[in-house]
Design a binder for this molecule. Structure first.
Ligand code: HEM
Length: 216
């Protein structure tokens, strides 16, 4: 079999090329996207539970909790009110829970993983490094890696336990979720790596700064 040539420079400069390569390697196709779309009505009602579990985990350890005590973009003017129980971490966490919900919904409802969607996924990855979002946020990869696993299991469990799905739909649904997680993982790790040319990332995708905290 002839080996397909892969241009290493493009892998590190062109997000579409990189995504297409990974997709071929892990057999991620439009079928998986459609699969994720078909899971939306099953998973979406349970997203609040998923998000609560994620945050319970992140708050269970001081090493992960501390990221939520750092002041982020958009929260500069925030004044805590201890008597009312309005502290920076509580307010920021509520804001991030919403962002996580928007993110997971978009994964489930996006019908075409076009360039701007890839840029969005890349921005979500980048925001956790010191290259995007608040300069102070630089989540160590050890936590990201573990959380991807935890998130994958939460989503897969919903599919596995769903009563409305045939055995094969469950299997394919869980595979599509797994592939999405590993794609997102790549679109995160490339920002940690020095080989990715971050200058080529589209800066026109606004994230984090687009909403002001309602409590301010
Ligand atoms: C499964 C892995 C993860 C996913 C899918 C994820 C997803 C997200 C999303 C969608 C946002 C909001 C981006 C926006 O503003 O639109 C965000 C922000 C954030 N995440 Fe994560 N996250 C993950 C893991 C983690 C971990 C492990 C931590 C810390 C221990 C963390 C800490 C943060 C912080 C501090 C922000 C706010 C960044 C800022 O506002 O500048 N995340 N994340």
């Amino acid at each position: 079999m002839m080996a397909e040539h892969i241009d290493k420079t493009r892998l590190n400069n062109d997000i579409r090329y990189r995504f297409d390569f990974i997709s071929k390697l892990i057999d991620f196709s439009q079928d998986d996207v459609t699969r994720l779309n078909s899971l939306a009505p099953i998973i979406t009602p349970l997203l609040p539970v998923v998000i609560d579990s994620v945050y319970k985990k992140l708050f269970a350890f001081d090493t992960t909790k501390r990221y939520f005590q750092v002041r982020n973009d958009g929260f500069e003017m925030f004044t805590p009110n201890k008597e009312l129980g309005i502290t920076l971490d509580i307010v920021q966490t509520e804001f991030r829970k919403d962002m996580l919900s928007v993110y997971l919904k978009s994964i489930l409802t996006q019908r075409e993983w076009n360039d701007s969607f890839l840029e969005y996924l890349s921005r979500v990855g980048q925001i956790h490094t010191n290259k995007g979002g608040s300069a102070s946020i630089n989540v160590d990869y050890i936590y990201m890696n573990a959380l991807f696993c935890f998130l994958e299991q939460l989503l897969s469990d919903i599919v596995w336990n769903s009563e409305g799905l045939q055995y094969n739909d469950k299997r394919e649904g869980m595979r599509a979720i797994s592939k999405f997680v590993w794609i997102q993982n790549d679109l995160l790790t490339m920002h940690f790596s020095s080989t990715w040319n971050s200058g080529s990332t589209c800066q026109s995708i606004p994230i984090a700064k687009l909403t002001k905290c309602l409590f301010i």
